[in-house]
Design a protein around this ligand. Structure first.
Ligand SMILES: [Mg+2]
Length: 421
């Protein structure tokens, strides 16, 4: 799926962005169901409103596993005022997804020592809130953590987990000898989540929702393939492979991410790579996504930009916030995504396309505390492409506007540039 395909799939999205513009103009309105209003006294009290904001990655920039990176504490000492409130709008944009927005905010608050609000968090799947056309469908959901709760929070009302599917169809999951049925089980035909009212996963609107890396990959890979190849009727076999297949929505395409270990760990992008390879090998066709969210997708940056403008309105600052600075550790997701968004904003400014966005620029800053390491020997040849299949390699987009040691240096650089230091 081309990057622009994300927008094509979202007919409803522009309405939301225009709504933000109304908010920026001082209208009372709603965003994702929440009310807001501008307090004029708060506006008057603001002497020097920011015209810029930060989109901060979390893993490898602010934290490594459960450890806060010391530079992050320094950075926020600069960004907080005497009352412990942010001096500029900040949104945390992470490709993590196996956690709720609320819990991520709580976790960050503890690590960083100030109150982070859930509406400052963009998880990899947050933009799936905008895929209204799939919310009422029966979706097989994969990932871990509060999976069903996350799916419901995004608007998906009717989800079936891999575990539920496995229990309903016990002869499908056969890789692990210990989990194979010991006797031939009775084949059920009455599993309501799949066959209820004659509505299978495939008939009447169904699909697959990939929210993050699952555990027991072999089980998820097998059952997702069963659902796709059977058009939502796992346990049956069709004479021909259904194609186009059921809608597939996925979030977080990071091949790797950085935790405490010295070397990067598998991310959800590695799981997707396996799924795409298996689908292509078995069918001779390409697995297609009707939605792919998380960095570097433009949709994620559009969503984050919306939250920045909302935050500025909430704080009584002048809007729109025109300049965005992104700080990340992963060239393929953070730098590529920020540069892609910058291109999009520039094209919109030059009148090349209709855009209801308010920001004018998005500057990429790469730090060396995570996936990217300035200490590592530089590649002598073209490095392997770690991006997702659908994003293609555009080497220019991997070049950060600034490369610094850590997030504190990034914040100092921006504050200096903006005349705030
Ligand atoms: Mg990161």
């Amino acid at each position: 799926m081309a990057v622009w395909g994300v927008f094509a799939a979202l007919r409803a999205a522009p309405r939301l962005w225009r709504r933000a513009s109304r908010a920026a103009a001082g209208f009372r309105g709603t965003f994702f169901g929440r009310g807001y209003s501008v307090d004029p006294a708060q506006v008057r009290a603001t002497q020097s409103p920011p015209t810029f904001g930060f989109l901060l990655d979390i893993d490898g920039v602010l934290v490594r596993g459960h450890q806060v990176i010391p530079a992050a504490l320094e950075a926020f000492r600069r960004l907080l005022d005497a009352r412990g409130q942010l001096r500029v709008p900040v949104v945390f944009v992470t490709n993590a997804g196996n956690i709720s927005q609320h819990d991520k905010a709580k976790e960050l608050s503890t690590l960083l020592g100030f109150k982070v609000e859930p509406d400052q968090i963009v998880l990899s799947h947050s933009p799936l809130k905008l895929f209204f056309q799939h919310h009422g469908k029966r979706m097989l959901v994969t990932g871990q953590g509060p999976l069903v709760e996350n799916a419901r929070a995004l608007g998906f009302e009717n989800v079936v987990t891999v575990d539920e599917l496995r229990l309903a169809f016990p002869v499908l999951d056969m890789v692990d000898l210990q989990r194979r049925p010991k006797t031939t089980p009775h084949l059920r035909t009455d599993f309501p989540a799949i066959e209820g009212k004659g509505v299978s996963l495939g008939v009447g609107g169904s699909g697959v929702l990939l929210l993050g890396e699952p555990v027991r990959w072999e089980t998820s890979l097998q059952l997702i393939m069963d659902v796709l190849l059977s058009n939502g009727n796992p346990g049956t076999v069709l004479a021909t492979v259904p194609y186009p297949h059921l809608p597939v929505l996925a979030s977080n395409m990071d091949l790797l991410w950085m935790a405490e270990a010295k070397m990067p760990r598998f991310g959800h992008g590695t799981f997707l790579l396996c799924l795409e390879a298996i689908y292509r090998k078995l069918t001779g066709r390409e697995l297609r996504y009707c939605g792919l969210t998380g960095k570097p997708s433009l949709l994620t940056y559009r969503y984050a930009e919306e939250l920045i403008q909302r935050q500025a309105v909430k704080r009584g600052w002048a809007v729109p916030i025109q300049k965005l600075y992104t700080v990340g550790d992963n060239p393929m997701s953070d730098v590529y995504g920020a540069n892609l968004f910058h291109q999009h904003l520039q094209a919109a400014q030059q009148g090349g396309m209709e855009s209801p966005l308010d920001a004018h620029s998005c500057t990429s800053i790469l730090v060396g505390t995570g996936v990217y390491s300035p200490a590592a020997p530089g590649p002598v040849e073209q490095p392997p492409f770690h991006g997702h299949r659908d994003f293609g390699l555009s080497p220019g987009l991997l070049e950060a506007a600034h490369v610094v040691n850590d997030v504190d240096e990034a914040v100092r650089l921006v504050l200096r540039q903006e005349g705030w230091a």
